[in-house]
Design a protein around this ligand. Structure first.
Ligand code: AMP
Ligand code: MG
Length: 407
């Protein structure tokens, strides 16, 4: 059995970064950027109007009031996408819509509300004196050309997508998706929706794995529940080893008489790096490699499988795609946490802000077979080995589940 730290360091020695590929921006959500996004032009790209109104020379409006409006000659119209070529002279103006380029000669915009309004007349009455530069969005006031906008390693969400589109990126360089095969083992497993016979239970782990793998950004190549039988395991795994970057199994890696997963991995040429880690739940954790493929064997108890995926597999998938990983955060316990003397202890937890502090506690069921402990959880709490329980007021590491919020 090795420590959590040793196990993490063995994994990081064996991890590899996936190749990148160009995808259309339309298919880029959720992918990890592998290029810096740089401004190819300043933003705004040209001086333009922030309001629907009239482009004027501010000096011409100097004496304008509601009681004594100033009349200006309308010489053209500039709308978004259709600029005017005319240069305005003394006493002239151009009707100018929001987003339209500011015509030459103009230095301010009078809002249409402060005039006699848009019309086909030759003149407009201006009822307000505007300062130089009024309602003009200046070229480059937001972003300069060549500014770094988004760093590589960022996951693309609506926040990034808008900026990529604004700067005209039709294609983006992103990490290839990790190709994943997942499988569960157990003669007792039946699919939800089917009838259970004596001694059987429903397969839950593969449903959890599929969602977690896809949330992390990977593509599931193969997924199957397999009987505790060497030949079936061998035939699934030899194909999975061909088509996957990462293989993740649940069950069949402990000490049971029918736990064949480890033997079959080894028979198929997988190099075992470790098999047992000082953690609870999930001690019989297998990690192996074959060429550029990473193989994780997680124990079948549903909490061990779920927490094992989040603590061991998720960070690997993220790193393979080149995503910057989140820094660890710590919270203050408001209930005791059952620490283990020699093992790292993980439990589903609930974290919330109280008087500006992150306060957390384990959810109320602690058995590794009690998957309802995930209900209501928004994090996994993890403590190093140590004597006795951690107490209210003590700090504990909080691994937030990325798809949950802190309320
Ligand atoms: P194992 O690691 O195969 O010894 O399994 C440990 C426990 O997890 C047993 O109670 C299994 O029935 C259960 N288990 C294994 N695989 C699954 C699964 N896919 N879904 C739900 N429970 C499972
Ligand atoms: Mg089993």
């Amino acid at each position: 059995m090795i420590s959590l730290k040793q196990a993490k360091s063995i994994i990081s020695e064996n991890i590899f970064i996936l190749k990148d590929e160009k995808v259309n921006i339309k298919q880029s959500v959720g992918r990890i950027l592998r290029e810096n996004i740089v401004a190819s032009f300043p933003s705004p790209r040209f001086d333009n109007s922030a309001m629907d109104g009239f482009a004027v020379r501010a000096g011409d409006t100097k004496n304008a009031t509601a009681d004594k409006p100033t009349e200006l000659k309308i010489v053209d119209i500039s709308s978004a996408g259709t600029p005017s070529d005319i240069t305005i002279g003394l006493g002239e103006c151009i009707q100018c819509m929001t987003g339209a380029e500011i015509p030459k000669g103009a230095d301010s915009i009078v809002m249409v509300e402060d005039t006699s309004g848009f019309s086909d007349n030759s003149h407009v009455k201006v009822m307000i004196s505007v300062p130089h530069g009024a309602h003009i969005r200046k070229k480059g006031e937001e972003i300069n050309i060549d500014d770094l906008l988004i760093k590589k390693g960022t996951r693309i969400t609506a926040n990034e997508l808008g900026t990529c589109a604004t700067f005209g990126y039709g294609k983006l360089s992103v990490s290839k998706k990790p190709k994943i095969s997942i499988f569960g083992t157990g003669n007792e497993l039946v699919e939800p929706g089917e009838k259970l016979a004596k001694g059987q239970i429903y397969n839950s782990n593969l449903y959890v794995f599929k969602d977690l793998a896809e949330k992390a950004g990977s593509k599931i190549e193969m997924s199957e529940v397999i009987k505790d039988d060497k030949d079936s395991l061998k035939s699934f795994l030899s194909e999975a080893l061909e088509v996957s970057d990462v293989i993740i199994s649940s069950g069949g890696v402990s000490m049971g008489r029918y736990d064949y997963v480890r033997d079959v991995f080894i028979d198929l040429g997988v190099k075992e790096h470790f098999w047992k880690v000082a953690q609870k739940p999930g001690k019989p954790l297998f990690f192996g490699t074959k060429e550029n493929k990473l193989i994780f064997g997680l124990p079948g108890n549903p909490v061990s499988s779920f927490i094992g995926f989040m603590e061991w597999v998720w960070p690997v998938l993220i790193t393979m795609m080149g995503e910057k990983s989140e820094k660890s955060i710590y919270g203050i316990l408001d209930e005791p946490f059952p620490r283990e003397r020699t093992k790292h202890r993980f439990l589903f937890g609930r974290a919330k802000y109280k008087n500006g502090k992150l306060v957390c506690r384990p959810t109320n069921r602690i058995g590794s077979h009690m998957l309802t402990s995930a209900l209501g959880a928004n994090c996994i709490l993890g403590s190093d080995p140590g004597e006795g329980s951690l107490n209210p007021g003590d700090l504990i590491k909080v691994n937030l589940l990325p798809w949950k919020n802190i309320q």
